[in-house]
Design a protein around this ligand. Structure first.
Ligand code: 89V
Length: 371
């Protein structure tokens, strides 16, 4: 029996380690499902880590899988995911397909007893996300979400500075992701999403809010569609009461033409009892107290394979993958386990509910109802 089959099913318990079960851990063999734009960076990032081996790739259009296999010297190619799971012996699978297929492929992997890493956003509905978590829990396979924004170098530093506590207790924060970057050029399917910016960018920004400030108690959201050529909303503003009484507002937009286009940077202004913290353009963090302002730059590491227009995000794929791999290897939970990410997914759909009903959503009540 593979080691992960013996993992305890209670998600609050840590997984037992592979070595405890005598599993052969080096290298971990994995397959990638989905060979679109994002896969080449995801695979390149895996190659930065020791002890993983990409043994197969799948894409429903075989030619795309063949191209990626040639690019990264991958031994086997599939255009039938069931055949892949029937043939390959895998330690995990990395699902990088469009969101609509995440649940299907997760269920296939769970049935085959293969641990799942699934790209954000987890699912196109909250109910589907809940059932994916449940499917993996029932099958006893680890389920993890590839959610990388919280792994960006300056955002890790911000978290560290808040934890150090020298600025005192935060009372208010703004999280901004506003640009007019032509995101549809590389990811054309985003144009057709009926729910766009809250699923694609909100997954990241609301997760950053949770990462920095804890869980939300209340949420209010407004959405707008400024670009008439797309299906979904391209502007969203979310206000939440989070953690220990921090008012957090999150602004997201792909319709904002600003003096300096700074995609894909997230800006922050965090106001605390003893001062403020600002994360601004080009990864500069400014700390202001009664003593004055101290500024320092926290750029991401350089990777030759990263697309310079996405360098900040692409660099964050590496530590995100490392955390998922650490969890698989040691049998512990990653930061972005399926269970954890479900809280982010709840915020996304609470935001849509709030925008439609023009009301504040009380999340404690939702959480309690979900048990
Ligand atoms: O990182 C992502 O998930 C992308 C982007 C933020 C660039 O839209 O879809």
């Amino acid at each position: 029996m593979p080691w992960w089959k013996k993992i305890k099913r209670d998600p609050t318990e840590t997984f037992r380690t592979a070595s405890q079960y005598g599993g052969n851990m080096t290298p971990l063999r994995f397959a990638v499902l989905g060979c679109g734009f994002w896969s080449q960076y995801q695979i390149a990032a895996w190659r930065e880590l020791e002890g993983v081996e990409l043994v197969a790739v799948y894409n429903r259009t075989r030619a795309k899988a063949e191209k990626v296999a040639r690019q990264f010297s991958v031994a086997r190619v599939y255009d039938d995911a069931e055949a892949l799971f029937a043939t390959e012996t895998l330690d995990f699978v990395d699902i990088i397909t469009d969101v609509d297929t995440h649940a299907t492929f997760t269920a296939l992997a769970a049935r085959a007893g293969v641990p799942v890493i699934c790209q954000k956003p987890m699912a196109p509905t909250l109910a589907m996300a809940e059932s994916m978590v449940q499917t993996c829990r029932a099958a006893g396979v680890p389920f993890m979400i590839h959610e990388n924004f919280r792994w960006q170098t300056p955002l890790r530093k911000v978290k560290h500075l808040l934890e150090e506590g020298t600025l005192g207790k935060p009372f208010r924060a703004r999280i901004l992701f506003n640009s007019s970057f032509p995101v549809f050029d590389n990811q054309p399917f985003l144009r057709d999403l009926k729910q766009f910016i809250l699923t694609d960018v909100g997954s990241h920004i609301l997760d950053v809010a949770r990462f920095l400030f804890g869980e939300a108690r209340t949420l209010y959201c407004r959405t707008q569609r400024v670009n008439p050529t797309i299906q979904g909303e391209d502007v969203a503003t979310v206000v939440m009461e989070m953690g220990d009484g921090v008012t957090v507002s999150c602004e997201m937009s792909y319709a904002s033409r600003l003096e300096h286009e700074r995609f894909p940077e997230t800006y922050l202004l965090i106001e605390c009892g003893g001062g403020s913290l600002e994360l601004g353009p080009d990864c500069w963090i400014r700390l202001t107290t009664t003593e004055g302002t101290h500024a320092k730059r926290y750029p991401p590491p350089y990777y030759h394979w990263a697309d310079p227009r996405y360098a900040l995000i692409h660099a964050s794929i590496v530590p995100c993958n490392a955390d998922l791999l650490r969890a698989l290897r040691t049998g512990t939970l990653p930061e972005t386990s399926g269970e954890d990410n479900l809280q982010t997914v709840r915020l996304i759909y609470a935001a849509y509910d709030s925008a439609v009903a023009d009301t504040v959503v009380l999340l404690d009540r939702q959480r309690n109802a979900a048990g």
